[in-house]
Design a protein around this ligand. Sequence first.
Ligand code: NDP
Length: 489
Amino acid sequence: METCNWYADGKWLEPAGGEYFDSDNPYTGKAWARIARCDEKDANIAVQAAYRAFHEGPWGRMTPAERGLMLRRSGDAVARHADRLAEVETRDNGKRRVDIRPGLTSWLIDSFYYYAGMADKFEGAVIPTGRDNILNFTRPEPFGVVAAITAWNSPLLIAIWKLAPALAAGNTVVLKPSEFASASTLELMRALEDADLPSGVVNVLTGFGTEVGAPLVEHPLVRKVSFTGSVAGGTRVAALAAAGVKSVTMELGGKSPQLVFDDARLDDTVHGVCGGIFPPAGQSCIAGSRLLLQAGIHDAFVARLVEVASRARLGDPNADDTDIGPIANRAHFDRVLGFIERARADGATLACGGNAVDPDDSGGWFIEPTIFTDVDPESELARAEVFGPVLAVMRFDDEADAVRLANATDYGLAAGIWTEDHRRALELANRIEAGTVYLNNYFDACTQSPVGGYKQSGYGRELGWEGLRAYLQTKSVWLSTARRIDAPF
Ligand code: NDP
């Protein structure tokens, strides 16, 4: 079994308390690595290192162009280590290899390059104050130490979405991955050692949210918190950050609707809807987990959907022909099965799936793609984020009904609208309360386009220009050129 220490100030360190915890391989259900169980003392070491790197180290003295070069080197380092990064993430959280390599890793590399290019392009402004003897200008400045806390479903992606813009803006970072999937973030740190970033610029603390995440957020030297995770976790973290009046970005969960109108192309839409939830076993924040079907096509659409979903091959996330991998951890596997059991008890009709399976007898945590119809819009399945391969199907009659149902959620991360009427698609896109709306497609994203939530799906944006601005604060500088200053009294 591999032993993974944590990283601060350019060094691999043993945890202060000397303890480690197991990380499991979801395909085998067995532990494969021991991860450092950091605590408050370690959090302090990491934050102090990041603080020194920001205020005293070469990082703070670098020109923006030099920082950009460091980010380019970081992208190059990820490119060199891409195979190993993909291997570790697949082993640690069961994400399909084909999802990570080459697609995801080339996207991660691009994210570093994209923000490398921005490092010397954010400008202040000269403000038209209307005063003759005053020059007032703004300077975008970094916050200092950023705490970046990430979820287990896509640790590398989420880490780099925070790391690249935070560094481009000139901050230093302490990353805290989920206890359920820390190994690939540690592997990323190993890759970044090749980029020769100055010590303390990036640090990775591992361990449990309450033991090390909370002290990290509360640390007085941390000035910005960027969090990706559940609403429950985000609410706790936002409260801790509020006590220290820290800037916060929240990327939280979703219960995203897919609206299908009777003029949508049947097969394309079925493929889009299936692809919008099942390949990552529903473990995606933007999973389209509520399917709203116009009444006239309901039965035909469900029949075709069941046919396509039922032929998905579950299995080894390393295999090229695997359609759906395992659930990333045992606790979550039990949680998803609990949702399925309660949906049955609530009277929803099980159209397909619903079972835990072990297709390769590997001991892995697999759940069949599961579709429930006749879901009561007030029921738990219609409202709660399952974060598993479970699709809740409901019916609507007309546009107004569709919008009402789509917005009947506390979440607002994403939505899909399927119709051949593009006027209707664009009109409805304006009326849906969600940070991302897909029209006749689903699940796309790119480094240049901002993502984030409405309502309880969070606030702030990642990626694009907005993703960079989240790591900058504005200083307004006033210079007087007056020859004399009049006495005030
Ligand atoms: P959690 O909220 O449970 O945990 C997220 C992170 O917060 C983990 O690193 C966790 O550590 C840490 N944490 C938990 N409690 C605290 C605390 N009190 N103080 C500091 N840190 C804490 O989310 P999950 O990991 O279960 O992730 C799944 C969720 O993430 C889903 O809701 C999903 O929708 C959402 N998500 C959102 C995305 C977006 O972009 N909007 C993208 C991906 C996922 P530990 O693991 O030790 O508890």
